[in-house]
Design a protein around this ligand. Structure first.
Ligand code: HEM
Ligand code: HEM
Length: 196
Protein backbone atom coordinates (compact mmCIF):
# COMPACT_ATOMS: atom_id res chain seq x y z
CA UNK A 1 0.00 0.00 0.00
CA UNK A 2 1.46 3.46 -0.88
CA UNK A 3 2.59 5.56 2.11
CA UNK A 4 0.63 8.74 2.92
CA UNK A 5 2.39 12.11 3.40
CA UNK A 6 1.62 11.84 7.11
CA UNK A 7 3.30 8.40 7.35
CA UNK A 8 6.28 9.64 5.31
CA UNK A 9 6.94 12.51 7.74
CA UNK A 10 6.94 10.27 10.82
CA UNK A 11 8.30 7.00 9.31
CA UNK A 12 11.34 8.65 7.70
CA UNK A 13 12.59 9.69 11.15
CA UNK A 14 10.86 6.96 13.17
CA UNK A 15 13.83 6.16 15.42
CA UNK A 16 14.75 9.69 16.31
CA UNK A 17 13.67 12.18 18.95
CA UNK A 18 11.74 13.78 16.06
CA UNK A 19 8.89 11.33 16.72
CA UNK A 20 8.57 12.61 20.30
CA UNK A 21 8.74 16.20 19.02
CA UNK A 22 5.89 15.57 16.58
CA UNK A 23 3.82 13.93 19.30
CA UNK A 24 4.02 17.10 21.46
CA UNK A 25 3.42 19.12 18.27
CA UNK A 26 0.00 17.47 17.70
CA UNK A 27 -1.07 17.79 21.36
CA UNK A 28 -0.14 21.45 21.35
CA UNK A 29 -1.85 22.07 17.98
CA UNK A 30 -5.08 20.68 19.53
CA UNK A 31 -4.63 23.01 22.55
CA UNK A 32 -4.17 26.05 20.26
CA UNK A 33 -7.37 25.14 18.44
CA UNK A 34 -9.21 25.13 21.81
CA UNK A 35 -7.52 28.41 22.86
CA UNK A 36 -8.50 30.28 19.69
CA UNK A 37 -12.10 29.06 19.73
CA UNK A 38 -12.66 29.71 23.46
CA UNK A 39 -10.77 33.05 23.35
CA UNK A 40 -12.76 34.46 20.42
CA UNK A 41 -16.08 33.15 21.76
CA UNK A 42 -15.75 34.12 25.45
CA UNK A 43 -14.61 37.71 24.79
CA UNK A 44 -17.88 38.34 22.83
CA UNK A 45 -20.14 37.21 25.69
CA UNK A 46 -22.11 39.71 27.82
CA UNK A 47 -20.31 40.30 31.18
CA UNK A 48 -22.86 38.51 33.40
CA UNK A 49 -23.50 35.56 31.08
CA UNK A 50 -23.33 32.31 33.14
CA UNK A 51 -20.62 30.45 31.18
CA UNK A 52 -18.35 33.49 30.71
CA UNK A 53 -16.39 33.13 33.94
CA UNK A 54 -15.87 29.30 33.72
CA UNK A 55 -14.82 29.73 30.08
CA UNK A 56 -12.25 32.37 31.06
CA UNK A 57 -10.90 29.98 33.74
CA UNK A 58 -10.77 27.12 31.22
CA UNK A 59 -8.98 29.31 28.63
CA UNK A 60 -6.40 30.39 31.21
CA UNK A 61 -5.85 26.78 32.36
CA UNK A 62 -5.25 25.50 28.81
CA UNK A 63 -3.04 28.57 28.16
CA UNK A 64 -0.94 27.61 31.20
CA UNK A 65 -0.82 23.94 30.16
CA UNK A 66 0.49 24.95 26.74
CA UNK A 67 3.29 26.99 28.41
CA UNK A 68 4.40 23.88 30.35
CA UNK A 69 4.25 21.78 27.15
CA UNK A 70 6.35 24.43 25.40
CA UNK A 71 9.17 24.01 27.94
CA UNK A 72 9.10 20.25 27.37
CA UNK A 73 9.01 20.75 23.58
CA UNK A 74 12.07 23.03 23.64
CA UNK A 75 14.02 20.36 25.56
CA UNK A 76 13.05 17.72 22.96
CA UNK A 77 13.91 20.12 20.13
CA UNK A 78 17.41 20.61 21.58
CA UNK A 79 17.79 16.81 21.58
CA UNK A 80 16.63 16.62 17.93
CA UNK A 81 19.14 19.32 16.92
CA UNK A 82 21.94 17.69 18.88
CA UNK A 83 21.39 14.29 17.21
CA UNK A 84 20.92 15.81 13.77
CA UNK A 85 23.59 18.50 13.59
CA UNK A 86 26.41 16.69 15.42
CA UNK A 87 26.19 13.99 12.73
CA UNK A 88 26.13 16.45 9.84
CA UNK A 89 25.98 20.29 9.94
CA UNK A 90 23.02 21.86 8.11
CA UNK A 91 23.27 22.96 4.46
CA UNK A 92 22.54 26.69 4.65
CA UNK A 93 20.21 26.80 1.65
CA UNK A 94 17.53 29.53 1.21
CA UNK A 95 14.95 26.78 1.91
CA UNK A 96 16.65 25.98 5.26
CA UNK A 97 16.65 29.67 6.27
CA UNK A 98 12.98 30.02 5.27
CA UNK A 99 11.90 27.05 7.41
CA UNK A 100 14.07 28.04 10.40
CA UNK A 101 12.73 31.64 10.29
CA UNK A 102 9.10 30.50 10.22
CA UNK A 103 9.56 27.87 12.96
CA UNK A 104 11.51 30.33 15.16
CA UNK A 105 8.71 32.91 14.75
CA UNK A 106 6.18 30.25 15.80
CA UNK A 107 8.25 29.52 18.94
CA UNK A 108 8.40 33.26 19.78
CA UNK A 109 4.59 33.49 19.49
CA UNK A 110 4.10 30.27 21.51
CA UNK A 111 6.00 32.02 24.31
CA UNK A 112 4.77 35.62 23.96
CA UNK A 113 1.02 35.07 23.52
CA UNK A 114 0.42 33.29 26.88
CA UNK A 115 2.78 35.74 28.65
CA UNK A 116 0.59 38.64 27.46
CA UNK A 117 -2.43 36.62 28.71
CA UNK A 118 -0.80 36.63 32.15
CA UNK A 119 -0.01 40.37 31.80
CA UNK A 120 -3.69 41.07 31.09
CA UNK A 121 -5.07 38.80 33.85
CA UNK A 122 -2.54 39.69 36.59
CA UNK A 123 -2.74 43.46 35.91
CA UNK A 124 -6.54 43.28 36.16
CA UNK A 125 -6.57 41.41 39.50
CA UNK A 126 -3.93 39.53 41.50
CA UNK A 127 -4.44 35.78 42.12
CA UNK A 128 -6.64 35.72 39.04
CA UNK A 129 -5.10 32.74 37.20
CA UNK A 130 -5.83 29.17 38.29
CA UNK A 131 -4.69 25.92 36.72
CA UNK A 132 -7.91 23.86 36.77
CA UNK A 133 -8.71 25.28 40.23
CA UNK A 134 -5.13 25.39 41.57
CA UNK A 135 -4.13 29.04 42.25
CA UNK A 136 -0.97 30.10 40.39
CA UNK A 137 1.52 32.76 41.53
CA UNK A 138 1.35 36.11 39.70
CA UNK A 139 4.02 36.91 37.10
CA UNK A 140 3.03 40.62 36.93
CA UNK A 141 1.76 42.97 39.69
CA UNK A 142 -1.85 44.18 39.79
CA UNK A 143 -1.85 47.50 37.91
CA UNK A 144 -4.97 48.99 36.29
CA UNK A 145 -2.77 51.14 34.01
CA UNK A 146 -1.42 47.97 32.31
CA UNK A 147 -4.76 46.26 31.62
CA UNK A 148 -5.38 47.95 28.26
CA UNK A 149 -1.81 47.33 27.10
CA UNK A 150 -2.11 43.66 28.15
CA UNK A 151 -5.45 43.29 26.32
CA UNK A 152 -4.16 44.94 23.12
CA UNK A 153 -0.94 42.92 23.11
CA UNK A 154 -2.81 39.65 23.76
CA UNK A 155 -5.30 40.41 21.00
CA UNK A 156 -2.79 41.48 18.30
CA UNK A 157 -0.13 38.86 19.09
CA UNK A 158 -2.74 36.06 19.21
CA UNK A 159 -4.19 36.90 15.78
CA UNK A 160 -0.74 37.48 14.22
CA UNK A 161 0.22 34.06 15.64
CA UNK A 162 -2.89 32.64 13.93
CA UNK A 163 -1.78 34.16 10.58
CA UNK A 164 1.64 32.47 10.97
CA UNK A 165 -0.06 29.14 11.87
CA UNK A 166 -2.18 29.39 8.70
CA UNK A 167 0.95 30.07 6.62
CA UNK A 168 2.61 27.03 8.23
CA UNK A 169 -0.41 24.83 7.47
CA UNK A 170 -0.46 26.04 3.83
CA UNK A 171 3.24 25.13 3.53
CA UNK A 172 2.49 21.68 5.05
CA UNK A 173 -0.59 21.28 2.89
CA UNK A 174 0.06 17.65 1.83
CA UNK A 175 0.18 16.52 5.47
CA UNK A 176 -2.88 18.62 6.37
CA UNK A 177 -4.82 17.03 3.46
CA UNK A 178 -3.75 13.50 4.51
CA UNK A 179 -4.90 14.22 8.09
CA UNK A 180 -8.22 15.57 6.88
CA UNK A 181 -8.81 12.43 4.76
CA UNK A 182 -7.91 10.19 7.68
CA UNK A 183 -10.31 12.16 9.92
CA UNK A 184 -13.18 11.83 7.37
CA UNK A 185 -12.40 8.10 7.03
CA UNK A 186 -12.69 7.63 10.82
CA UNK A 187 -15.99 9.55 10.92
CA UNK A 188 -17.36 7.43 8.05
CA UNK A 189 -16.43 4.08 9.67
CA UNK A 190 -17.59 5.13 13.15
CA UNK A 191 -20.96 6.42 11.96
CA UNK A 192 -21.63 3.83 9.23
CA UNK A 193 -24.67 2.56 11.11
CA UNK A 194 -26.35 5.97 10.66
CA UNK A 195 -26.38 5.53 6.87
CA UNK A 196 -28.10 2.11 7.14
C1 HEM B 1 -0.97 30.43 23.29
C2 HEM B 1 -1.87 30.66 24.23
C3 HEM B 1 -3.07 31.54 24.04
C4 HEM B 1 -3.76 31.86 22.90
C5 HEM B 1 -3.50 31.39 21.46
C6 HEM B 1 -4.83 32.78 23.29
C7 HEM B 1 -5.74 33.33 22.42
C8 HEM B 1 -6.73 34.22 22.77
C9 HEM B 1 -7.67 34.82 21.87
C10 HEM B 1 -7.72 34.58 20.37
C11 HEM B 1 -8.48 35.64 22.58
C12 HEM B 1 -9.65 36.49 22.05
C13 HEM B 1 -9.21 37.91 21.82
C14 HEM B 1 -10.38 38.74 21.31
O1 HEM B 1 -10.94 38.38 20.25
O2 HEM B 1 -10.71 39.75 21.97
C15 HEM B 1 -8.07 35.55 23.96
C16 HEM B 1 -8.65 36.24 25.00
C17 HEM B 1 -8.21 36.18 26.31
N1 HEM B 1 -7.16 35.44 26.80
FE1 HEM B 1 -5.96 34.22 25.74
N2 HEM B 1 -4.77 32.98 24.64
C18 HEM B 1 -3.71 32.25 25.15
C19 HEM B 1 -3.28 32.18 26.46
C20 HEM B 1 -3.84 32.89 27.52
C21 HEM B 1 -3.36 32.85 28.90
C22 HEM B 1 -2.18 32.02 29.42
C23 HEM B 1 -4.16 33.71 29.59
C24 HEM B 1 -4.13 34.06 31.07
C25 HEM B 1 -3.44 33.48 31.96
C26 HEM B 1 -5.14 34.27 28.67
C27 HEM B 1 -6.12 35.17 29.03
C28 HEM B 1 -7.05 35.70 28.16
C29 HEM B 1 -8.09 36.64 28.57
C30 HEM B 1 -8.32 37.17 29.99
C31 HEM B 1 -8.81 36.95 27.40
C32 HEM B 1 -10.04 37.86 27.28
C33 HEM B 1 -9.67 39.21 26.73
C34 HEM B 1 -10.85 40.14 26.73
O3 HEM B 1 -11.86 39.84 27.38
O4 HEM B 1 -10.73 41.18 26.08
N3 HEM B 1 -4.91 33.74 27.42
N4 HEM B 1 -7.00 34.69 24.05
C1 HEM C 1 -3.24 21.01 10.90
C2 HEM C 1 -2.26 21.68 11.46
C3 HEM C 1 -0.79 21.40 11.27
C4 HEM C 1 -0.13 20.62 10.35
C5 HEM C 1 -0.71 19.78 9.24
C6 HEM C 1 1.29 20.71 10.66
C7 HEM C 1 2.30 20.02 10.02
C8 HEM C 1 3.61 19.98 10.40
C9 HEM C 1 4.61 19.07 9.90
C10 HEM C 1 4.35 17.99 8.85
C11 HEM C 1 5.77 19.36 10.49
C12 HEM C 1 7.11 18.64 10.28
C13 HEM C 1 7.90 19.37 9.26
C14 HEM C 1 9.22 18.62 9.03
O1 HEM C 1 9.19 17.66 8.30
O2 HEM C 1 10.21 19.03 9.62
C15 HEM C 1 5.55 20.48 11.40
C16 HEM C 1 6.50 21.06 12.19
C17 HEM C 1 6.26 22.15 13.01
N1 HEM C 1 5.03 22.72 13.28
FE1 HEM C 1 3.27 22.14 12.53
N2 HEM C 1 1.46 21.57 11.72
C18 HEM C 1 0.23 22.00 12.12
C19 HEM C 1 -0.05 22.85 13.16
C20 HEM C 1 0.90 23.57 13.87
C21 HEM C 1 0.60 24.55 14.88
C22 HEM C 1 -0.81 24.96 15.37
C23 HEM C 1 1.78 25.04 15.32
C24 HEM C 1 1.87 26.08 16.39
C25 HEM C 1 2.87 26.76 16.66
C26 HEM C 1 2.86 24.35 14.58
C27 HEM C 1 4.24 24.56 14.71
C28 HEM C 1 5.22 23.77 14.14
C29 HEM C 1 6.66 23.90 14.43
C30 HEM C 1 7.30 24.95 15.33
C31 HEM C 1 7.30 22.87 13.73
C32 HEM C 1 8.80 22.54 13.72
C33 HEM C 1 9.05 21.29 14.53
C34 HEM C 1 8.94 21.60 16.01
O3 HEM C 1 9.81 22.34 16.52
O4 HEM C 1 7.98 21.12 16.65
N3 HEM C 1 2.26 23.45 13.72
N4 HEM C 1 4.21 20.82 11.33
Amino acid sequence: MPMSSLQKVTKSRANSAFKALMSVHWWMAACYFVLFTTGTFMSQLPSEFFIRSPLYDFHKSIGTLVMALLTWRILILLRVWWRKYTKRPPKFTPEWFKTVTLHTSLYVFMWAVPITGFLLSNSYKSNNVKFFGLPLPDIFPQDSAMVDLGRNLHFWLAYTFLAFIILHIVLQWKVAKAMWRRFLGTIKTRFKFLAN
